[in-house]
Each structure stands twice: as C-alpha cells, then as structure tokens.
Design a protein around this ligand. Structure first.
Ligand SMILES: Nc1ncnc2c1ncn2[C@@H]1O[C@H](COP(=O)(O)OP(=O)(O)OP(=O)(O)O)[C@@H](O)[C@H]1O
Ligand SMILES: [Mg+2]
Length: 270
C-alpha cells in the first residue's frame, strides 16, 4: 500500500511544490522499482508544469476526477487522469485552473473532507508513494489533503511568520483529527532556501549576526519537529525549465544530497 505524503503549509510560496517534485525524483532513485504518483491538488498547477506537463494539452485532470464524485456531473475515475512523465516511475495526476471552481461543488458534498481520500483509495495498492502537492489556503483542498495523508512535509522559509504558520498548522491538524478521527503519523519540517551565517566571523560576532535561517532553525527545534534544510540554488530554475526533478539533471549537486537525505528519511518505515 502506498505511503501518502502531503506537502503543505498555511503560508504560501515556501517551496511546497518544488520540494514535492524533487522528493519524487529522489524516491525513484533510492529504489529503482518504486512507483511514485504525484497528485497536483492545486489549481495553480505548478507541480503539473514542474513535471513537464502542459495543462492545456490534457484530456483529463484532477478537476474531472473530483467531478466524478458527483452523480449529476460527468467526470472520470482517477485511473483515467493519470499521465506518465519524462521520469520513469513518476506518474502524475495533473491539475488545471478549473479545479478552483470544483471547490464550490465540494462544499455541497455530505462528507466534503473525505473526497480526496475516497479518490485515492482504489489506486493505493498500485503505488509505493503518493505525494500530494497542497495549495496554501485553509479551505477544502487542504482539509481533504490532510485527511487523505499518512504524513506531512511542511516546507518553511526564513521568516518569523513561518514559526507562526507552523504553530497554526499544528492546531489546524489537531482540528482535523477531532473532526474526522484521522491522525497524521509524522510531521517533517524543511527549512527551504536556507542561508548560512557568514563564515569566518568570530564567535561573539557570529552570535549577534546569526542568520535569520539559524534563528528559525532554533525555533523549529524547540517545537521538536524533525528538521531538514535545503539551500538556495539556481538549479531549481533550470529544473523547472526542463520539467524534471533536479536529481535527474545534476545528481552530484549539494542540493540533491539534501533532497536525498529527506527522501531517505521519508522512505523509512515510521
Ligand atoms: N531551494 C530553492 N532555491 C531557489 N529557489 C527556490 C528554492 N525552492 C523554491 N524556490 C523558488 O521559490 C518559489 C516558491 O516555490 P514553490 O512554488 O515551490 O512554493 P509553494 O510553497 O509551492 O508556493 P505556493 O504556495 O504558491 O503553492 C518558486 O519561484 C521557486 O522556484
Ligand atoms: Mg505550490
């Protein structure tokens, strides 16, 4: 049965999509037979383009799969929306802007938080990992993603708001547990675009000039989450242009080692 991992944060632009795509790439390298499905559950469709798929060329998307949950609409089962990507063993359920409108329909559903879980259940035996790219609104897309997932990766950036967002996310997940009975097994925080403090500074200078990233790191450690770091890298832009994970462009780069570390951790039984 697939392990489901949601990449989520209440704060936008922290690297959810980028990390999701790159962890997908690394998971296929850790075990060459692993089958990974990326589910783009964000109307922005960044995971779709980030994996080299043009949303305008699609026959079906997650939008049609959501429609399929409603008798009065014509949709398709998830198996008809899955597409292959340029990477062997990474499949994608693409998204498109129309998905935004589907949230209005989802509101009318009796079990409106369990829709994505119901959609994914029939294909769980086919994949080893299902990675969900979650938009950063607090609405039904995030509720459904967190209801459907076994664990969550929370990418944060180096801002004070990140710690606030992390605290709120914790409360949000507790609320979901109370509402649905679903417990997320593990939370992993990734400090993205990490900036190290300047090297060579004397110890006293260093403590007063600790980079914001290091202060945020200490804040996360106090909250006792497992924490990984990803540096700022220009390779992110190149990989977006090529529609591939960085691991499949430049396997020796430091950022790939950092993504690999996270993927190895996530692949462990927990
Ligand atoms: N390690 C990195 N180095 C450089 N740029 C990065 C890195 N990670 C992410 N970015 C850039 O930061 C921006 C935000 O990343 P991304 O789109 O993955 O965030 P997100 O959390 O998915 O955003 P949203 O909330 O809009 O879905 C993008 O422009 C991406 O290219
Ligand atoms: Mg995103």
């Amino acid at each position: 049965m697939a392990k489901t991992i949601a990449f989520a944060n209440l704060k936008g632009g922290t690297g959810k999509t980028t990390i999701c795509i790159n962890i997908a790439g690394c998971l296929t390298l850790i075990n060459r037979t692993s089958r990974v499905l990326v589910v783009d559950f964000d109307p922005q469709a960044n995971a779709t383009s980030g994996l080299g798929i043009d949303e305008n060329s699609l026959e079906n998307s997650i939008y049609d799969v959501v429609l399929n949950q409603f008798q009065e609409y014509q949709g398709v089962p998830i198996t008809q929306a899955i597409v292959e990507t340029q990477i062997e063993n990474i499949h994608l359920v693409p998204s498109e802007l129309n998905l935004a409108a589907a949230s209005i329909l989802m509101q009318q559903c009796k079990d409106k938080v369990g829709i994505l879980n119901r959609i994914l259940t029939p294909i769980k035996s086919y994949y080893d990992y299902i990675l969900i790219d979650v938009p950063s609104d607090t609405g039904l897309f995030m509720l459904n993603s967190l209801r459907a997932t076994d664990e969550a990766v929370i990418p944060i950036d180096s801002s004070v708001f990140s710690i606030e967002a992390l605290e709120k996310f914790q409360i949000y997940c507790q609320d979901i547990q109370e509402m649905t009975g679903h417990k997320i097994n593990r939370f992993t925080v990734v400090l993205n675009r990490y900036i190290k403090s300047r090297t060579g500074a004397s110890q006293s200078k260093k403590s007063s000039k600790n980079s914001i990233s290091e202060e945020i790191e200490e804040g996360v450690k106090r909250m006792s989450y497992p924490l990984f770091k990803i540096p700022e890298s220009l390779l992110v832009y190149r990989s977006q242009q090529e529609g591939m994970p960085i691991s499949h462009i430049s396997s020796t780069n430091q950022i790939v080692k950092n993504y690999m570390e996270i993927a190895n951790y996530l692949s462990e039984v927990n």
